[in-house]
Write a protein that binds this ligand. Structure first.
Ligand SMILES: Nc1ncnc2c1ncn2[C@@H]1O[C@H](COP(=O)(O)OP(=O)(O)O)[C@@H](O)[C@H]1O
Ligand SMILES: [Mg+2]
Length: 263
């Protein structure tokens, strides 16, 4: 008797299944369900953007994936293991670069590795490699206050990548930058992602930024109590550049998502 081969189940990097996240509001003593029911998957090496109106729970969701916040419904699974706290398989880049002001660029990049007890030479080699990757060669010994906002975010990115995470989490990392620097950094991020192929979950409230960067855009509904209102494939060829923004696919997806968010 022969048995048909089992089809291999699609292995996802991240699975979010009916995730709900709530805050206890100290002032009132009540619970606020910030995220109600969020389900989607991220495949290995995929670049997924999450967009949604301000206050819909994007940061809350990212913090739960980072393990910095508990979820009260559903489950979050990374590489087959339920997320129940922070771990070195994830690295986060926040909007404001959380750099240590008394440490140089290389000191900041090394920081995460030091906490992990990596040996000195490996730590130095890895840090220098990441500094080169993010385009900061020659600035290794500068202090954060000598760097522009864009450069500080490059350091943050280098630090996140130095720990070689399975999943890179980015929460509006370019929102505090001026428009021109922001565009440069979007291009730089895509170049770096193309080189490292890190699975990425990138949060933004800017629709054009999401479509420009992503393989897929998850649209969250208005919060609090958000759900996924759309999961949209972006079929824009890579590598992407300024010309991509004139591509009919780019324009139609931006319009479609804008309609979803504004409706
Ligand atoms: N520490 C907190 N305590 C109570 N409510 C919070 C807290 N942080 C955020 N919220 C609420 O949770 C909802 C989602 O917030 P947030 O995740 O920051 O949204 P977004 O990042 O999409 O702008 C909002 O209604 C916000 O007011
Ligand atoms: Mg936010």
């Amino acid at each position: 008797m022969s048995t048909a081969p089992m089809s291999k189940p699609q292995s996802y990097k991240l699975v979010a299944e009916h995730v709900g996240i709530q805050y206890r509001v100290k002032r009132t003593g009540e619970n606020l369900q910030a995220v109600r029911d969020v389900s989607f998957q991220i495949k290995p090496e995929e670049f997924v953007c999450i967009v949604g109106p301000s206050g819909c729970g994007k940061s809350t969701f990212l913090n739960a994936v980072a393990g910095l916040m508990p979820h009260n419904r559903g489950q979050l699974v990374l590489d087959g293991t339920k997320i129940s706290g922070p771990g070195k398989d994830r690295a986060v880049v926040f909007q404001s670069p959380a750099l240590l002001p008394w440490r140089t660029v290389v000191g900041n990049v090394k920081y995460g590795l030091e906490l992990r007890g990596t040996d000195k030479q490996t730590m130095m080699d890895k840090s220098m490699e990441m500094i080169k990757l993010v385009g900061l060669s020659g600035h290794e010994h500068k202090y954060p206050n000598e760097l522009s906002g864009g450069m500080q975010q490059r350091v943050n990115l280098a630090r996140a990548l130095a720990s070689d995470p399975e999943l890179l989490l980015l929460d509006e990392p370019f929102s505090a930058l001026d428009a021109q620097t922001r565009e440069v950094m979007q291009n730089e991020l895509l170049r770096i992602w193309q080189e490292t192929r890190k699975t990425a979950m990138f949060i933004t409230h800017q629709i054009d930024e999401a479509v420009f960067l992503a393989d897929r855009v998850i649209v969250l509904s208005k919060g609090p109590g958000s759900v996924v209102s759309a999961d949209i494939e972006i079929n824009l060829p890579r590598p992407r550049n300024e010309a991509s923004k004139a591509d009919p696919e780019f324009l139609s997806k931006v319009a479609q998502i804008r309609q979803l968010i504004l409706h």
